[in-house]
Ligand binder design. Structure first.
Ligand code: ZN
Length: 375
């Protein structure tokens, strides 16, 4: 049986490309993980998600534990079978979404008690319970249960929260146990503070994980502060293990993160934007709602090979959005996910060829030109 492993193939500056091997398939890095919150990437069939080039999906522990529950998914054969996605799945720990979505939270050393945002029912999450839920789901990459303050927060609050997360990281490691073929990732915290990030990295390394996430970013600090933190945070983590930046991001965030040594990312942006009439292209953002598209027979991006761009005009996409047709979200989500995966493939190729700087310059130059002129 294949073990979980990471092979670093090439670096170019701080940027890296490689392959994560799991029993359910390989993950080419840098990797973008579409988010399948409630056991679906909204508006997409799983085979279509795969066709965009995704090697791995992310599932949300918080949502799945509330509905349909981890125990039910386990009885039905696990999350892969349940949602018809046989490739790798990473699940988050639930911690972040408890903080951002639930009501009436009570945080103690033991864990978090909260009420469901769906029906108000009372639940408890701890490192041990989070490990149990992620095991029941059958997740390939399991995340430590952690706590993360929204930024800005004062240094004392960030330090206390980080140290609690490090104690929870040890409890997560102990509860995870020995599960060949499955990986457990630790999560570095410490806000924007270099010394707290270092302390967190050292604590995680002494416990020992299969991969390391950079948590607590993309929570309101802005791109400049995030990049300033990514100038040092990835290099504090082991070079021979995957580094995962959680919840990022926009295409320019992604390129900047890869440049600084990040291997994996996830974000709801391409799928969420697809349902609100927003498309992402090599030339930046396109608002398909805009009346300028209503007579435009051209595709979103003439050079994009996705089914949306090959078969549908801007005028059609504008029409189905305005008419609130379901195909609107389907077509825009497909294009957006395709674009994000093509961006990742472009970066993997550029790093392998030692041409990342040129890739980055071209990426920014085309975006600076903006969308094609209206007809
Ligand atoms: Zn397209």
């Amino acid at each position: 049986m294949t073990k979980f492993s990471f092979a670093l193939h090439k670096t170019d500056g701080a940027a890296r490309t490689g392959v994560i091997s799991t029993p359910r398939g390989e993950i080419r890095t840098p990797a973008f993980m579409p988010v399948g919150t409630a056991a679906t990437v909204k508006a997409m069939m799983p085979e279509s998600v795969r066709a965009t080039g995704a090697d791995i999906l992310l599932g949300n522990t918080y949502h799945l534990m509330l509905r349909p529950t981890a125990e039910r998914i386990d009885r039905l054969g696990g999350l892969h079978r349940f949602m018809n996605w046989e490739r790798p799945i990473l699940t988050d720990s639930g911690g972040f979404q408890v903080m951002s979505l639930s009501d009436l939270r009570k945080l103690t050393e033991e864990g978090v008690t909260f009420r469901s945002h769906i029906d108000g029912s009372k639940h408890f999450l701890s490192p041990e319970r989070s490990m149990e839920i992620q095991r029941l789901l059958g997740s390939d990459i399991v995340m430590c249960f952690d706590e993360c303050p929204a930024l800005p927060a004062d240094r004392k609050r960030i330090a206390e929260s980080m140290r609690l997360s490090m104690r929870w990281a040890q409890r997560s490691r102990d509860a995870f146990g020995d599960r060949p073929g499955h990986a457990l990732f630790g999560i570095q915290q410490g806000g924007l503070e270099r010394d707290l990030r270092e302390e967190s990295a050292e604590a995680l390394k002494s416990i020992g994980f299969d991969g390391y996430a950079i948590g607590g970013l993309a929570v309101g600090e802005g791109q400049e502060a995030m990049f300033a933190t990514l100038d040092f945070a990835p290099s504090q983590l082991p070079e021979d293990k995957p580094r995962y930046l959680m919840g990022v991001g926009k295409p320019d965030d992604i390129v900047g993160a890869v440049k600084r040594g990040v291997d994996m990312m996830d974000c709801v942006l391409p799928s969420r934007s697809g349902r609100t009439g927003q498309a992402w292209t090599r030339r930046g953002q396109v608002n398909i709602k805009n009346v300028r598209h209503q007579d435009d027979p051209r595709p979103l991006d003439a050079d994009c090979s996705c089914p949306t761009c090959r078969n549908y005009s801007r005028a059609y996409l504008h029409h189905v959005y305005r008419a609130k047709e379901m195909i609107s979200g389907m077509l825009l989500t497909w294009h957006n996910l395709h674009y994000f995966q093509e961006l990742m493939q472009g970066m993997r190729d550029a790093i392998a060829a030692g041409e990342f700087a040129r890739f980055e310059a071209d990426f920014h130059a085309l975006r600076a030109e903006g969308d094609i002129e209206p007809l």
